[in-house]
Design a protein around this ligand. Structure first.
Ligand SMILES: Nc1ncnc2c1ncn2[C@@H]1O[C@H](COP(=O)(O)OP(=O)(O)OP(=O)(O)O)[C@@H](O)[C@H]1O
Ligand SMILES: [Mg+2]
Length: 364
């Protein structure tokens, strides 16, 4: 059953309440009225309207207080302030405080109907957006749970049995059979790593990272990352030139996940660069942030690909046997640190990533 949208009007002037009631008669809306702020707030709780019109100037609790209360009760309820000519500037203040629109007095029936229609539409869109967001969240949780229970757990069990079997048969296997065992083990290990990175990218709880935030120097995660990518760089004869001072002020963060950010970005810089090129690392304070720059002289990213590189599972045309996960994870981790990642790139010339992280500030 479709319910009619609900409107509440709070105004101390009977004539305003009467005319609004007249205008909305037979309009397909349900209407309630209140002639003071307190009764209005009571009705917001009981009646749960979609849209509230509230006069800014009323005796007793003011329109501003009503706006605040409505927001506390349900921040998705749309509010419109009714103002006299003299109070247009207060209408602006009210909108800064979250009112969606304003209705100047005196108003014509058409003006009132139009603003009501717009307000109701706004509320519908807000509820729809929330429902969609919830649905997406739910799908993500379901997917994570399927991947974890239906793929990761059984594969883990297969790996366990394989280890046991390998151990039991060790003496009896020919070299060729041992090599086959070895290949199976590597393949399973790769699959488990892939599943773990899927789980990472769809993980809902990356925000839990905040529990392990501490005052750290950026040099820590960077040197961890340098260590991880060293052998890859060596294989491609790529020199990583790092000029990062250890005198830089600290940031607030989680070393392990920040190391992952730099491994993913530096790993790409190496992977997507020709042999024998250079990758340059710098870090400096810019305003309230510490900005680390990773610059490569690699193949570059096309302007069409550039807006998508942080999307989960996106691989550029140049993506070389990757899973399209590294940058999505890096982005989520940096987000959880209230930082940002920017990138500039030119095809055939190279790419520069800038990771900006807020400096640690001593709380008083
Ligand atoms: N430094 C770079 N130079 C050129 N292209 C890059 C660079 N970094 C990222 N890209 C492009 O962005 C895409 C997404 O990068 P991302 O690291 O998320 O995934 P990937 O490298 O393909 O796989 P993986 O999950 O193994 O890291 C890549 O497929 C590649 O096309
Ligand atoms: Mg990558």
């Amino acid at each position: 059953m479709e319910t009619k949208p609900k409107i509440l009007i709070i105004d101390d002037e009977e004539v305003v309440l009467d005319s609004c009631t007249q205008i909305l008669k037979g309009s397909g809306y349900q209407l309630k009225i209140a002639n003071d702020g307190l009764r209005g707030v009571e009705l917001v709780r009981e009646y749960q309207p979609d849209l509230v019109f509230v006069d800014l100037k009323m005796p007793g609790i003011s329109g501003f207080e009503v706006l605040e209360k409505v927001r506390e009760i349900d921040s998705t309820i749309v509010t419109v302030v009714i103002t006299g000519f003299a109070t247009v500037s207060s209408a602006v203040d009210a909108m800064k405080k979250g009112a969606y629109d304003f209705l100047p007095k005196p108003f014509t029936p058409d003006e009132f109907r139009m603003i009501a229609r717009r307000g109701i539409e706004r509320r519908r869109l807000m509820l729809e957006t929330i429902a969609l967001r919830r649905e997406k969240e739910l799908l993500r949780e379901q997917f994570a749970s399927i991947v974890s229970h239906e793929l990761k757990a059984p594969l883990g069990a297969v790996q366990q049995n394989l280890f046991a079997l390998d151990f039991e048969l060790e003496e009896k296997l020919t070299e060729e059979q041992k090599a086959k065992f070895g290949r199976i083990k590597i393949r399973i290990d790769e699959l488990l790593k892939l599943i773990n990175s899927w789980l990472r990218v769809i993980s809902v709880d990356i925000n839990k990272l905040k529990d392990s935030f501490a005052q750290v120097s950026i040099t820590k995660p960077i040197s961890n990352a340098l260590e991880s990518v060293a052998s890859l760089a060596e294989r491609k004869n790529i020199e990583i030139v790092s000029s990062i001072s250890d005198q830089l002020p600290p940031i607030l963060g989680d070393v392990l996940s920040l190391s992952e950010v730099f491994v993913n970005i530096m790993g790409n810089s190496i992977k997507y660069s020709p042999d024998g090129t250079k990758v340059t690392l710098t870090a400096e304070v810019q305003g309230q942030n510490l900005v680390t720059t990773i610059q490569d002289g690699g193949i570059g990213i096309s302007p069409e690909d550039l807006p998508h590189i942080f999307d989960g599972f996106f691989r550029g045309k140049s993506g070389q046997a990757g899973h399209g996960i590294g940058l999505a994870v890096a982005h989520q981790i940096v987000d959880a640190h209230h930082g940002s990642i920017n990138v500039t790139s030119e095809l055939g010339k190279g790419t520069t990533f800038m990771v900006s992280l807020p400096l640690f500030v001593n709380s008083p």
